[in-house]
Design a protein around this ligand. Structure first.
Ligand code: TYM
Length: 377
């Protein structure tokens, strides 16, 4: 399923991310736009302050975000759409686009449609039963709710449960996407099962669902990591044919795993911090993390560390240090050799544990409210 596989072995598809990700090259090859200073200024007109994920360019690319903002300035609302493929527990990498989505929702006072693709994960994962993925979908919804989303403007679509809501639009989409287009976008092979080949039509549907539910035809904006982009390429092509706006996107980079190279992925559970991990497990994973440090404290003092290679540093950058000045300080202390990896790991363990223990409490409480997020149809 390789959408791209170059001499450097960079592979970025919705189902697999491997190798060193070159984000500039992804912008070129996917045909997206960089998030420019001008666009940030335009966003700034509508928000209290730029979110750290924007200031740090963790969100780095987009499609039609400028159009969405122009329309918004003319009084046209938009909706937010994002989702999760419930193949197991949620990891902290998944939280990055969801935290950002909440910021957009609060800033622009929009509805969010959130899709739980329990059908997708069933068709693509050979070892998962339907009961596994539908179960994970409800469990993963607790993580979303724990971030503070409210049922009045957040609607969770559970594909298997809600297929009646999605099916007519999915058929309209599927009829207009040829096999050769889908194969080029997703790299389907002769051995790919036919459930998987049809499936991208279902991920397109929430871009357009607001019109069906409310009668209002408004554009959608999708915050997600860039691995999901192939879906939007096909959806954008057919949207005007169905009388809808082309969905817009804002793309983030991948939170790395705690090992050497690669994004955080549940396929490598030891290098992945799950939201349900205990303090002991969090500590163990962080203590085994790959860092930009030198083999000995003496060498570290002499040569300095390499924060850009360090997974521990990346976690402060993405999630666990709000203050830009302190992030810079961390990088400086590392590269000057002043900081040693043990101290950074200790600090990260403390921050991550505090965050996750609170998250776990809110997750428990979400069990009482999850049904308030269901869509009536
Ligand atoms: P899934 O479950 O693979 O990923 C859920 C969301 O998390 C993002 N993501 C990451 N972000 C930062 N760092 C990482 N290491 C990382 N790994 C994953 C993904 O880009 C995604 O935003 N088919 C989709 C579910 C889906 C969806 C959507 C996602 C349905 N509709 C609309 C985004 C937007 C999936 O399997 O996501």
């Amino acid at each position: 399923m390789d959408v791209m596989n170059s001499e450097e072995e960079m592979i970025v598809t919705p189902w697999e991310v491997r190798g060193k990700v070159d984000y500039e090259r992804l912008i070129q090859e996917f045909g997206t736009q960089p998030l420019t200073e001008d666009l940030l200024k335009k966003i700034k007109k509508h928000v209290k302050e730029l979110h750290p994920q924007l200031r740090r360019r963790l969100f780095f690319s987009h499609r039609d975000l400028d159009t969405i903002l122009d329309l918004y300035e003319e009084g046209k609302k938009f909706i937010l759409y994002t989702g999760r493929g419930p193949s197991g527990p949620v990891h902290v990498g998944h939280l990055v686009p969801w935290i950002f989505t909440k910021y957009l929702q609060e800033s622009f006072k929009t509805r969010l449609y959130f899709q739980m693709t329990d059908d997708e994960k069933f068709v693509i994962e050979p070892n998962l039963q339907l009961s596994d993925t539908t179960g994970h979908a409800y469990d993963n919804a607790l993580d979303l709710i724990a971030l503070g989303f409210k049922p009045k403007n957040t609607f969770i679509i559970f594909d298997v449960k809600d297929i009646g809501l999605l099916y007519d639009i999915a058929l309209e989409v599927a009829k207009r996407v040829t096999y050769s287009t889908a194969r080029a976008a997703f790299g389907f092979q002769d051995s790919t099962n036919i459930g998987w080949i049809f499936w991208p039509a279902i991920q397109a549907v929430p871009c357009f669902i607001h019109a069906k539910l409310t009668g209002e035809n408004v554009p959608s904006l999708i915050p997600a990591a860039i691995d999901q982009d192939p879906y939007w390429r096909i959806t954008r092509d057919i949207a005007p044919k169905l009388g809808y706006y082309k969905p817009a996107q804002i793309h983030c980079r991948f939170v790395p795993g705690l090992g050497e190279g690669g994004k955080m992925s549940a396929r490598e559970p030891d290098t992945c911090i799950f939201t349900t991990d205990t303090p002991e497990i969090i500590k163990k994973k962080i203590w085994n993390a790959f860092t930009g440090g030198r083999p000995t404290a003496r060498e570290q003092k002499k040569l300095g560390g390499e924060p850009e290679m360090c997974t521990v540093y990346q976690y402060f950058l993405y999630l666990f240090e709000e203050d830009d000045g302190k992030v810079l300080e961390l990088a400086k202390e590392c590269s000057s050799g002043k900081a040693v990896c043990g101290n950074c790991k200790e600090k990260l363990t403390e921050r991550a544990t505090k965050f996750l223990l609170q998250h776990q409490k809110r997750r428990e409480r979400a069990k009482d409210t999850v049904e308030d997020f269901f869509i009536e149809h």
